[in-house]
Ligand binder design. Structure first.
Ligand code: PLP
Length: 405
């Protein structure tokens, strides 16, 4: 289970550029991963040879484009082991996917219903539900976390009740890297008759979630986190559950029949795919999964784990550096601060030295409130990063600390 990092790096044109006169060290993978040539080629090839609107044309280009888009859906279905291709809805990304489900529950919830959200969610898995809770009178409750950055599973069990309708939790926390025990979370929720939405935006680049084996009700992710383009992602939902949800947007593609008196809706997946989708993006999403599967997710996870251990050991040698999130099971994400230096100041100096890290609250303000900090510096690694790049980050960080203290 080893990977040839030097060969892999040659697949990514951007990794050969410089930033501020220094070789780029890209450690902002949790925000957006880089794009291999195979995916760029899929986009260029689509616009060079196939570009046409899908599902409604009899001409050759439209049929080829439709076939390519539907083949991509099947690749995604196979990757996540969904039972049926129409259980995969192609969306603009995780945020769009969550909004489809949350707004759908707006029609199903009533006062007295309870929603459970974890304390370590991205804003996109909080705000749509808050909006629905406000609209329906359902009660939003929070599964607390513990200082090490894991969920308090005892508190979760106490919060679950026969009134719980839906639980929404990320598979992996973007700010902490924690891998949440989704199998247990789902089993416990199902025992109370509640459904579960898993936000897989941070997990999908590292772990393959088998939606049937885990009995997941809804799983969402974005292609740009796993070597695909921006503006495309997916919502997996069990067929029976998706059928219960009303459409999110009205428009072309999502109808069966329209009259001014009444409109009937198309079957899945089209009911949730109003308008012209990101066709090239969908096809390139499929190409990204092909690319990552050609390397192998087990090999990717094993190598990234080596990077995580190496970086954790190196960073812990820096005086006054504090890591937030030390769950026993983590993806390759390290959030940290150094003394009382503002994370923005550290991030800006690192950028001058060619190192791209993220600073701020990472769209997870409740986590920052929990630790009573304004934000962190977050370094997130991917399978195309190297230990030499980590050495470069540590050296740059030492220089930055010297300048700032
Ligand atoms: N959920 C998690 C855990 C994330 O990390 C992100 C993006 O960082 C999102 C949701 C939102 O993803 P997108 O902006 O692609 O919709």
């Amino acid at each position: 289970m080893t990977i040839d990092v030097a060969a892999i790096r040659n697949d990514f044109p951007i990794l050969h550029r410089e930033v501020n006169g220094k070789p780029l060290v890209y450690f902002d993978n949790a925000a957006t991963s880089q794009t291999p040539k195979a995916v760029i080629d899929a986009l260029v090839d689509y616009y060079s040879n196939t570009n046409a609107n899908i599902h409604r044309g009899v001409h050759a280009l439209s049929q080829e484009a439709t076939d390519a888009f539907e083949q991509a859906r099947q690749k995604i279905q196979k990757h996540f082991n969904a039972a049926k291709p129409h259980e995969i809805i192609l969306t603009s990304g995780t945020t769009h996917s969550i909004n489809i489900v949350a707004s759908g529950y707006g029609a199903l919830l009533s006062p007295g219903d309870e929603l459970l959200v974890s304390a370590m969610e991205h804003h996109s898995n909080i705000v749509p539900w808050q909006m629905m809770a406000e609209k329906t009178g359902a009660k939003l409750q929070v599964i607390p976390m513990l200082p090490s950055g894991v969920l308090d599973m005892e508190a979760y069990q106490e919060l679950l009740s026969a009134n719980t309708r839906l639980v929404f939790v990320n598979h992996v926390s973007n700010a902490l890297g924690t891998v949440n025990p989704i199998a247990d979370i789902i089993d416990l929720a199902h025992a109370q008759g509640a459904h579960v939405l898993i936000d897989g935006a941070q997990a999908a680049p590292h772990i393959v979630a088998d939606v049937q084996a885990l009995d997941i009700d809804y799983y969402v992710t974005s292609a740009h986190k796993l070597c695909g383009p921006t503006g495309i992602g997916m919502l997996y939902g069990k067929e029976a559950l998706l059928n219960q949800l009303p459409p999110y947007q009205g428009g072309g593609e999502m109808i069966a029949e329209v009259t001014f008196e009444k409109t009937t809706y198309a079957d899945l997946p089209h009911k949730f795919e109003a308008g012209t989708p990101n066709i090239a993006g969908g096809i390139a999403f499929g190409a990204a999964l092909d690319y990552m599967n050609s390397i192998g997710f087990e090999a990717i996870a094993a190598y990234e784990h080596e990077l995580l251990s190496y970086a954790t050991t190196a960073l812990k040698k820096i005086p006054n550096l504090k890591i937030y999130g030390e769950a026993p099971e983590k993806t390759a994400v390290i959030s940290f601060n150094v003394g009382d230096i503002h994370p923005y100041d550290l991030g800006s100096i690192l950028d001058k030295l060619g190192i791209a890290v993220r600073t701020g609250h990472h769209c997870a303000q409740p986590i920052m409130d929990y630790y009573q900090i304004p934000g962190t510096v977050r370094a997130s690694f991917s399978f195309y990063n190297t230990t030499a790049e980590i050495d470069a980050m540590v050296a740059a960080l030492e220089r930055a600390i010297q300048m700032l203290t």
